[in-house]
Design a protein around this ligand. Structure first.
Ligand code: NAP
Length: 283
C-alpha cells in the first residue's frame, strides 16, 4: 500500500487562509494596525537572506507587516543585543525572528536568550524551551512545532509509540524529542556519537531525520510501517533520509520538498499572530 503523504504545503496553505482572517479581525479591532514581525539578518549569507525573504513573504500573504533589520557581517554581540532590547521595548513589534546562524564572533545563545519570551515566536530562548519541556505554555521551536502540528493534523498516533530522533540541535532535534515525549511517545535521541545507529532506527515507529547530511539515513534501516519525517533539505531536492524506497513501505512520510519546510515558516507566522492577539488583548 502507498504511504500516506504528510503534505506540509497544503496544510500550511490551509492555515494561511485561517490566519488571513485572524489578521483581518485584529486590524479591524485596532484601527488598521497589522501585527508586525521583526526579522533580523546579520551578515550576507545568501541562504539566510533567502529564508528571511520567504518569512517576510509569508507575513505579507496573510496581511501581516514585517520590519526588516539588516546588520553587517562584523556586528558584535553587544550591537545585536542592543537591537534586540530595542525591539523588545517597541510596542509595535509583536514577534522577533533572529535568523540562525549568526556570524561566529557573535554569542548566538546570548542573543537568542535576550528575546523577550512574549516575542519569542520562533521558539529559540532557553526559557521558552524550558517551559515547553515542562509542558507549560510557550511558543515551540518553529521546525519541530511545525512537525508536531503536521503529525496531529494527520492523526498520527504518538502515545506509546517509539519515536527515534536523529539529531540533537537546540532548534530541531532536542526540542523535537521533548515534544514527542510530551505527546507520550517513548523517545530515543541519536547523534554523532551514537553507536549502532541502524539498529536503533530499526526500532522506530516514528522516525525524525534531522542530521544535515543528504540521504544519510538509509531506507533499509527503517522498518515497514514506520512514520518517516524528514527535516532535511539539500540541493537536488533530497532530505536527510533516503525516501524513494519507502514510498510503498512506510505508513506515512513527509515529502522533500513540500513536507517539513512549509510547516516551519507557517508555524512562525502562526505564533506571530498569536503573540499579536495577546498583545492586543484579543486572546
Ligand atoms: P545541526 O545543528 O547541524 O545538527 C545536526 C545533528 O545531527 C547534530 O545533533 C549531530 O550530532 C547529528 N549528526 C551529525 N552526524 C551524525 C551522524 N553521523 N550520526 C548521527 N547523528 C549525526 O543541524 P540542524 O540545524 O538540526 O538541521 C538538521 C537538518 O534539518 C538539516 O538538514 C537542515 O537543513 C534541516 N533543517 C530544516 C529546517 C526547515 O525549515 N525545514 C529548519 C532547520 C533545519 P552532534 O550533536 O553529536 O554533533
Amino acid at each position: 500500500m502507498s504511504a500516506l503523504v504528510l503534505d506540509g504545503k497544503t496544510l500550511a496553505a490551509q492555515t494561511e487562509a485561517e490566519l488571513t482572517q485572524r489578521v483581518a479581525a485584529l486590524k479591524e479591532k485596532n484601527g488598521g494596525q497589522a501585527p508586525i514581525l521583526a526579522t533580523i539578518l546579520v551578515g550576507g549569507d545568501p541562504a539566510s537572506a533567502t529564508y528571511v525573504k520567504m518569512k517576510q513573504n509569508a507575513c505579507q500573504r496573510i496581511g501581516m507587516d514585517s520590519t526588516k533589520v539588516e546588520m553587517s557581517e562584523d556586528t558584535t554581540t553587544e550591537e545585536l543585543l542592543e537591537k534586540i532590547h530595542e525591539l523588545n521595548a517597541n510596542p509595535n513589534c509583536h514577534g522577533i525572528l533572529l535568523q540562525h546562524p549568526v556570524p561566529s564572533q557573535i554569542d548566538e545563545r546570548a542573543c537568542f536568550d535576550a528575546i523577550a519570551l512574549e516575542k519569542d515566536v520562533d521558539g529559540v530562548t532557553c526559557l521558552g524551551f524550558g517551559r515547553m519541556a515542562m509542558d507549560e505554555e510557550a511558543y515551540g521551536s518553529a521546525t519541530p512545532q511545525g512537525i508536531m502540528r503536521m503529525l496531529e493534523a494527520y492523526n498520527i498516533e504518538m502515545s506509546g509509540k517509539h519515536a527515534v530522533v536523529v539529531g540533537r540541535s537546540p532548534i530541531l532535534g532536542k526540542p523535537m524529542a521533548l515534544m514527542l515525549l510530551n505527546a507520550n511517545a517513548t523517545v530515543t535521541i541519536c547523534h554523532s556519537k551514537t553507536q549502532n545507529l541502524p539498529s536503533l532506527i530499526k526500532q522506530a515507529d516514528i522516525l525524525v531525520g534531522a542530521v544535515g547530511r543528504p540521504e544519510f539515513i538509509k531506507a533499509e534501516w527503517i522498518k515497514d510501517g514506520a512514520v518517516v519525517v524528514d527535516a532535511g533539505y539539500h540541493p537536488g531536492g533530497v532530505g536527510d533520509i533516503e525516501l524513494e524506497p519507502l514510498l510503498e513501505r512506510a505508513s506515512a512520510y513527509t515529502p522533500v520538498p513540500g513536507g517539513v519546510g512549509p510547516m516551519t515558516i507557517n508555524t512562525l507566522i502562526l505564533q506571530s499572530v498569536a503573540a499579536a492577539e495577546k498583545s492586543f488583548g484579543v486572546k
